[in-house]
Ligand binder design. Structure first.
Ligand code: FPP
Length: 263
């Protein structure tokens, strides 16, 4: 925007802009939004803080974005909180990341209940430390009856591994004589992925990745086949209402054809 345009068309405040846009029905709303929350470490480094300070601030962003997603009428928000590859990080960082869900749910479950948000997870939570696992299970139980947004944490999640697991399950069924090879199809695979419980909402309509990196990093590789991708340079702890609005505005302009031609 030129200086001239800025002077004569002052930018609305970010909050007005999103609220007004939602009220006016200006956005196409993704049913399922998935986010790769990247840049916590760099956010901290820029401020001469330990990396974990970035994760702590990133947790606050999750709270903020959950509220925004709920207000926007998004039905599923999947956030990539810990990948199967993240175990190889320094042990103090891993243990901090494992404590975050405990802190998050301790402080935020009442608000999630107020917002009618249901907590879910994908990934192997059995391998999490016992206190982390219990905090996750408690949060799921306490919010199980909520009917609004599903806040879905990818925790100890690896996309390729979940495809392997689904393939093994199907192979076992074939070996047991319960399924014909010809009965292995997209639907039977999708049902056996950890997103299977989401049914027709399993595939993200929009995947956002922050911090300027432009890759999926083993996040929902099967489900992302037709997802729209949106990359922003903003570090996750800085991701605010204006950035959320920008992602929705970009998605609104996308022409999703799913391999078809325009009508
Ligand atoms: C990637 O940034 C981020 C992670 C591996 C962890 C994401 C976790 C959170 C945002 C905390 C939220 C968790 C809960 C349970 C609410 P990075 O560390 O790779 O950043 P860098 O690329 O700048 O080093």
């Amino acid at each position: 925007m030129s200086i001239f345009a800025r002077v004569f068309h002052p930018k609305k405040t970010e909050s007005q802009s999103l609220k007004e846009g939602l009220a006016a029905g200006s956005y196409k709303i993704p049913k399922h939004l998935a986010i790769i929350m990247d840049g916590n470490g760099r956010w901290a480094k820029k401020r001469h803080l330990p990396r974990v300070a970035g994760h702590k601030e990133g947790m606050e962003t999750v709270k903020r974005v959950t509220k925004l997603a709920n207000e926007a009428g998004i039905e599923v928000l999947t956030v990539y909180a810990f990948s199967t590859e993240n175990w190889s990080r320094p042990s103090d960082e891993v243990s901090f990341l494992m404590k975050l869900p405990v802190t998050f749910f301790d402080t935020f479950v009442p608000e999630l209940i107020e917002q009618n948000v249901r907590v879910e997870t994908i990934g192997d939570i059995d391998k999490l430390p016992e206190t982390t696992k219990q905090a996750v299970i408690d949060a799921k139980e306490k919010t199980a009856k909520n009917t609004g947004l599903i806040l879905n944490f990818a925790l100890n999640y690896g996309g390729q591994q979940e495809i392997v697991d689904a393939a093994r399950q199907l192979a076992r069924e074939v070996a047991a004589g319960d399924r014909l090879v010809e009965q292995i199809d997209q639907e039977s695979i999708a049902e056996r992925l950890t997103t299977g419980f989401l049914g027709e909402k399993a595939n993200p309509d929009l995947i956002v990745r922050t911090s300027g990196e432009e890759r999926l990093s083993n996040f929902l590789p099967y489900q992302a086949a037709y997802s729209e991708l949106y990359f922003t340079d903003v570090f996750w702890p800085d991701f605010g209402e204006g950035d959320f609005e920008a992602a929705l505005a970009a998605y609104t302009k996308r022409d999703r054809r799913f391999g078809n031609v325009k009508a």
